[in-house]
Design a protein around this ligand. Structure first.
Ligand code: ATP
Length: 268
Protein backbone atom coordinates (compact mmCIF):
# COMPACT_ATOMS: atom_id res chain seq x y z
CA UNK A 1 0.00 0.00 0.00
CA UNK A 2 1.39 3.36 -0.95
CA UNK A 3 1.13 5.97 1.78
CA UNK A 4 1.26 9.63 0.89
CA UNK A 5 4.42 11.44 1.83
CA UNK A 6 3.81 13.99 4.59
CA UNK A 7 4.97 17.57 4.28
CA UNK A 8 6.73 19.23 7.15
CA UNK A 9 8.10 22.73 7.57
CA UNK A 10 11.52 22.87 9.25
CA UNK A 11 11.46 23.54 12.99
CA UNK A 12 13.53 26.28 14.53
CA UNK A 13 14.25 24.32 17.71
CA UNK A 14 16.28 21.15 17.53
CA UNK A 15 14.91 19.34 20.60
CA UNK A 16 11.13 19.04 20.81
CA UNK A 17 9.71 18.11 24.21
CA UNK A 18 7.53 15.45 22.61
CA UNK A 19 8.96 13.37 19.81
CA UNK A 20 6.83 10.74 18.07
CA UNK A 21 8.63 8.56 15.56
CA UNK A 22 6.84 6.24 13.15
CA UNK A 23 3.95 5.68 15.50
CA UNK A 24 1.28 3.26 14.32
CA UNK A 25 -1.85 2.34 16.28
CA UNK A 26 -4.06 -0.67 15.68
CA UNK A 27 -7.37 -1.64 17.22
CA UNK A 28 -7.35 -5.39 16.59
CA UNK A 29 -7.02 -5.71 12.81
CA UNK A 30 -7.89 -2.07 12.15
CA UNK A 31 -5.04 0.38 11.71
CA UNK A 32 -6.29 3.74 13.03
CA UNK A 33 -3.18 5.64 11.90
CA UNK A 34 0.23 4.69 10.61
CA UNK A 35 3.79 6.02 10.66
CA UNK A 36 3.12 9.33 12.34
CA UNK A 37 6.27 11.29 13.14
CA UNK A 38 5.90 14.64 14.80
CA UNK A 39 7.81 16.92 17.19
CA UNK A 40 6.11 19.22 19.67
CA UNK A 41 8.04 21.96 21.44
CA UNK A 42 7.88 22.77 25.12
CA UNK A 43 5.36 25.48 25.93
CA UNK A 44 3.63 25.62 22.58
CA UNK A 45 0.01 25.12 21.61
CA UNK A 46 -0.08 22.46 18.91
CA UNK A 47 -3.38 21.82 17.10
CA UNK A 48 -4.32 18.51 15.50
CA UNK A 49 -6.96 18.99 12.84
CA UNK A 50 -8.59 16.79 10.23
CA UNK A 51 -11.85 15.11 9.36
CA UNK A 52 -13.65 12.69 11.64
CA UNK A 53 -12.04 9.29 12.06
CA UNK A 54 -8.52 10.19 10.91
CA UNK A 55 -6.93 9.22 14.24
CA UNK A 56 -6.50 12.50 16.12
CA UNK A 57 -7.98 11.26 19.40
CA UNK A 58 -6.20 7.94 19.05
CA UNK A 59 -2.90 9.80 18.63
CA UNK A 60 -3.54 11.87 21.78
CA UNK A 61 -4.35 8.71 23.72
CA UNK A 62 -0.93 7.23 22.93
CA UNK A 63 0.81 10.13 24.62
CA UNK A 64 -0.44 9.27 28.10
CA UNK A 65 -0.97 5.57 27.39
CA UNK A 66 -4.73 5.69 27.76
CA UNK A 67 -4.45 3.16 24.93
CA UNK A 68 -3.37 0.62 27.60
CA UNK A 69 -6.98 0.62 28.79
CA UNK A 70 -8.42 -0.37 25.40
CA UNK A 71 -8.55 -4.12 24.74
CA UNK A 72 -6.72 -5.28 21.57
CA UNK A 73 -5.11 -1.87 21.08
CA UNK A 74 -1.45 -1.96 20.01
CA UNK A 75 0.89 0.98 19.55
CA UNK A 76 4.19 0.63 17.69
CA UNK A 77 6.99 3.10 17.10
CA UNK A 78 8.66 5.43 19.56
CA UNK A 79 7.34 8.31 21.66
CA UNK A 80 9.60 10.33 23.93
CA UNK A 81 8.48 13.06 26.28
CA UNK A 82 11.65 14.63 27.57
CA UNK A 83 13.75 11.65 28.55
CA UNK A 84 10.79 9.38 29.09
CA UNK A 85 10.21 6.51 26.68
CA UNK A 86 6.41 6.56 26.75
CA UNK A 87 5.86 3.22 25.00
CA UNK A 88 8.30 1.34 27.22
CA UNK A 89 6.21 -1.30 29.00
CA UNK A 90 8.25 -0.75 32.17
CA UNK A 91 7.22 2.87 32.70
CA UNK A 92 4.57 3.62 35.30
CA UNK A 93 1.47 4.69 33.34
CA UNK A 94 -0.07 6.35 36.42
CA UNK A 95 3.03 8.51 36.90
CA UNK A 96 3.00 9.26 33.15
CA UNK A 97 -0.59 10.48 33.36
CA UNK A 98 0.38 12.82 36.16
CA UNK A 99 2.92 14.36 33.81
CA UNK A 100 0.56 14.25 30.81
CA UNK A 101 -2.96 15.35 31.76
CA UNK A 102 -5.99 14.99 29.52
CA UNK A 103 -9.15 17.04 29.07
CA UNK A 104 -12.07 15.49 27.21
CA UNK A 105 -14.76 16.83 24.91
CA UNK A 106 -17.49 16.47 27.49
CA UNK A 107 -16.56 17.94 30.88
CA UNK A 108 -16.25 15.01 33.27
CA UNK A 109 -16.21 16.26 36.85
CA UNK A 110 -16.73 13.62 39.53
CA UNK A 111 -20.27 13.72 41.01
CA UNK A 112 -18.81 15.25 44.15
CA UNK A 113 -18.17 18.72 45.52
CA UNK A 114 -15.94 21.20 43.70
CA UNK A 115 -13.37 20.83 46.48
CA UNK A 116 -13.44 17.01 46.37
CA UNK A 117 -12.92 17.09 42.61
CA UNK A 118 -9.64 18.83 43.18
CA UNK A 119 -8.67 16.98 46.34
CA UNK A 120 -9.14 13.39 45.13
CA UNK A 121 -6.41 13.24 42.49
CA UNK A 122 -4.01 14.98 44.86
CA UNK A 123 -4.66 12.37 47.54
CA UNK A 124 -4.23 9.59 44.99
CA UNK A 125 -0.82 11.00 44.21
CA UNK A 126 0.19 11.16 47.86
CA UNK A 127 -0.60 14.80 48.71
CA UNK A 128 -2.49 14.54 52.00
CA UNK A 129 -1.84 17.66 54.09
CA UNK A 130 -4.97 19.74 54.33
CA UNK A 131 -3.10 23.07 54.13
CA UNK A 132 -1.24 22.00 51.01
CA UNK A 133 -4.47 20.77 49.41
CA UNK A 134 -6.27 24.03 50.27
CA UNK A 135 -3.42 26.02 48.72
CA UNK A 136 -3.50 23.96 45.51
CA UNK A 137 -7.30 24.22 45.30
CA UNK A 138 -7.10 28.01 45.53
CA UNK A 139 -4.18 28.39 43.13
CA UNK A 140 -5.60 26.12 40.44
CA UNK A 141 -9.06 27.67 40.65
CA UNK A 142 -7.43 31.10 40.27
CA UNK A 143 -5.39 29.79 37.33
CA UNK A 144 -8.57 28.82 35.49
CA UNK A 145 -10.42 31.99 36.48
CA UNK A 146 -12.97 30.13 38.59
CA UNK A 147 -12.00 31.14 42.12
CA UNK A 148 -14.20 34.22 42.42
CA UNK A 149 -17.14 32.33 40.93
CA UNK A 150 -16.96 29.33 43.31
CA UNK A 151 -15.00 30.28 46.43
CA UNK A 152 -18.17 30.53 48.50
CA UNK A 153 -19.53 27.19 47.38
CA UNK A 154 -16.52 24.88 47.27
CA UNK A 155 -18.42 22.16 49.11
CA UNK A 156 -21.41 22.10 46.77
CA UNK A 157 -21.76 19.72 43.84
CA UNK A 158 -19.55 20.27 40.81
CA UNK A 159 -22.45 19.05 38.70
CA UNK A 160 -24.36 22.25 39.51
CA UNK A 161 -21.76 24.29 37.61
CA UNK A 162 -22.38 25.35 34.00
CA UNK A 163 -20.71 23.31 31.24
CA UNK A 164 -17.98 25.90 30.77
CA UNK A 165 -17.34 26.10 34.52
CA UNK A 166 -17.20 22.29 34.68
CA UNK A 167 -14.63 22.24 31.89
CA UNK A 168 -12.52 24.85 33.68
CA UNK A 169 -12.81 22.78 36.86
CA UNK A 170 -11.54 19.74 34.93
CA UNK A 171 -8.60 21.81 33.71
CA UNK A 172 -7.95 22.96 37.30
CA UNK A 173 -8.04 19.31 38.39
CA UNK A 174 -5.39 18.49 35.79
CA UNK A 175 -3.26 21.51 36.74
CA UNK A 176 -3.22 20.47 40.42
CA UNK A 177 -0.94 17.57 39.52
CA UNK A 178 1.54 19.95 37.89
CA UNK A 179 1.61 18.27 34.49
CA UNK A 180 4.13 19.17 31.82
CA UNK A 181 1.80 18.37 28.97
CA UNK A 182 -1.96 18.85 28.66
CA UNK A 183 -3.90 16.97 26.00
CA UNK A 184 -7.20 18.60 25.06
CA UNK A 185 -9.63 16.57 22.97
CA UNK A 186 -12.13 19.04 21.48
CA UNK A 187 -12.39 20.81 24.85
CA UNK A 188 -14.83 23.47 23.64
CA UNK A 189 -17.07 21.55 21.29
CA UNK A 190 -19.70 20.66 23.91
CA UNK A 191 -19.88 24.24 25.20
CA UNK A 192 -22.01 27.24 24.26
CA UNK A 193 -20.15 30.00 22.36
CA UNK A 194 -19.53 32.20 25.42
CA UNK A 195 -18.21 29.35 27.58
CA UNK A 196 -16.18 28.14 24.61
CA UNK A 197 -14.56 31.57 24.35
CA UNK A 198 -13.75 31.57 28.08
CA UNK A 199 -12.12 28.12 27.86
CA UNK A 200 -10.24 29.13 24.71
CA UNK A 201 -8.87 32.22 26.49
CA UNK A 202 -7.82 30.01 29.38
CA UNK A 203 -5.96 27.66 27.03
CA UNK A 204 -4.03 30.58 25.54
CA UNK A 205 -3.13 31.79 29.04
CA UNK A 206 -1.62 28.39 29.81
CA UNK A 207 0.75 28.66 26.81
CA UNK A 208 4.37 28.72 27.89
CA UNK A 209 3.74 27.18 31.31
CA UNK A 210 2.51 23.92 29.81
CA UNK A 211 2.81 22.17 26.47
CA UNK A 212 -0.68 21.94 25.03
CA UNK A 213 -1.93 19.60 22.30
CA UNK A 214 -5.43 20.34 21.18
CA UNK A 215 -7.69 18.36 18.86
CA UNK A 216 -10.25 20.67 17.36
CA UNK A 217 -12.74 20.66 14.51
CA UNK A 218 -12.97 24.41 14.83
CA UNK A 219 -10.48 25.72 12.28
CA UNK A 220 -11.06 29.33 13.31
CA UNK A 221 -10.14 28.35 16.86
CA UNK A 222 -7.04 26.46 15.72
CA UNK A 223 -5.96 29.53 13.73
CA UNK A 224 -6.50 31.82 16.70
CA UNK A 225 -4.66 29.81 19.32
CA UNK A 226 -2.17 27.39 17.76
CA UNK A 227 1.54 28.05 17.38
CA UNK A 228 1.86 25.02 15.15
CA UNK A 229 -0.56 22.55 13.65
CA UNK A 230 -0.81 19.22 11.87
CA UNK A 231 -3.40 17.85 9.48
CA UNK A 232 -4.40 14.19 9.71
CA UNK A 233 -6.38 12.51 6.92
CA UNK A 234 -7.66 9.02 6.13
CA UNK A 235 -6.13 7.52 3.03
CA UNK A 236 -6.62 3.88 2.01
CA UNK A 237 -8.63 3.49 5.21
CA UNK A 238 -5.70 4.53 7.43
CA UNK A 239 -5.15 7.81 9.24
CA UNK A 240 -2.00 9.62 8.20
CA UNK A 241 -0.17 12.79 9.04
CA UNK A 242 -0.42 14.87 5.89
CA UNK A 243 1.31 18.10 6.80
CA UNK A 244 2.64 19.87 9.87
CA UNK A 245 4.24 23.22 10.54
CA UNK A 246 3.70 26.75 11.83
CA UNK A 247 0.02 27.50 12.16
CA UNK A 248 0.31 30.52 9.88
CA UNK A 249 1.87 28.34 7.18
CA UNK A 250 -0.62 25.50 7.58
CA UNK A 251 -3.66 27.75 7.53
CA UNK A 252 -2.52 30.44 5.11
CA UNK A 253 -0.05 28.82 2.72
CA UNK A 254 -0.34 25.04 3.01
CA UNK A 255 1.70 22.84 0.68
CA UNK A 256 -0.27 19.62 0.40
CA UNK A 257 -3.39 19.65 -1.81
CA UNK A 258 -5.43 17.99 0.97
CA UNK A 259 -4.47 20.71 3.43
CA UNK A 260 -5.39 23.33 0.86
CA UNK A 261 -8.77 21.60 0.36
CA UNK A 262 -9.32 21.28 4.12
CA UNK A 263 -8.45 24.80 5.16
CA UNK A 264 -10.44 26.31 2.31
CA UNK A 265 -13.45 24.18 3.27
CA UNK A 266 -13.55 22.33 -0.04
CA UNK A 267 -13.05 18.96 1.71
CA UNK A 268 -13.37 17.53 5.19
N1 ATP B 1 -11.75 1.73 20.79
C1 ATP B 1 -11.77 1.59 19.47
N2 ATP B 1 -11.90 0.37 18.91
C2 ATP B 1 -11.91 0.19 17.57
N3 ATP B 1 -11.77 1.20 16.68
C3 ATP B 1 -11.63 2.44 17.17
C4 ATP B 1 -11.63 2.71 18.58
N4 ATP B 1 -11.47 4.05 18.76
C5 ATP B 1 -11.38 4.59 17.52
N5 ATP B 1 -11.48 3.63 16.58
C6 ATP B 1 -11.39 3.83 15.13
O1 ATP B 1 -10.10 4.39 14.83
C7 ATP B 1 -10.23 5.40 13.83
C8 ATP B 1 -9.70 6.72 14.35
O2 ATP B 1 -10.58 7.18 15.37
P1 ATP B 1 -10.30 8.50 16.22
O3 ATP B 1 -11.42 8.63 17.20
O4 ATP B 1 -8.93 8.46 16.75
O5 ATP B 1 -10.42 9.61 15.08
P2 ATP B 1 -10.62 11.17 15.24
O6 ATP B 1 -9.86 11.80 14.13
O7 ATP B 1 -10.31 11.60 16.61
O8 ATP B 1 -12.18 11.33 14.97
P3 ATP B 1 -13.22 12.42 15.53
O9 ATP B 1 -12.75 13.73 14.99
O10 ATP B 1 -14.53 11.99 14.98
O11 ATP B 1 -13.18 12.34 17.04
C9 ATP B 1 -11.70 5.44 13.42
O12 ATP B 1 -11.87 4.61 12.30
C10 ATP B 1 -12.41 4.86 14.62
O13 ATP B 1 -13.62 4.22 14.26
Amino acid sequence: MELTQSYSFPDETSQPLIQAENVTLQYGQKTAFANVSIGIDAGEIFALVGPSGCGKTSFLSCLNRLTDLIPHCRVKGRIRIGNLEVLDAKIDAIALRRKVGMIFQKPNPFPLSIWKNLELPLREHGIRHREQIDAIVETTLKDVGLWDEVKDRLHTSALALSGGQQQRLCIARALGLQPEVILLDEPCSALDPISSGVVEDLITRLRGRYTLLIVTHNLAQAKRIADRAALFWVQDGIGQLIESGNAAQIFESPQHPLTVAYVTGVRG
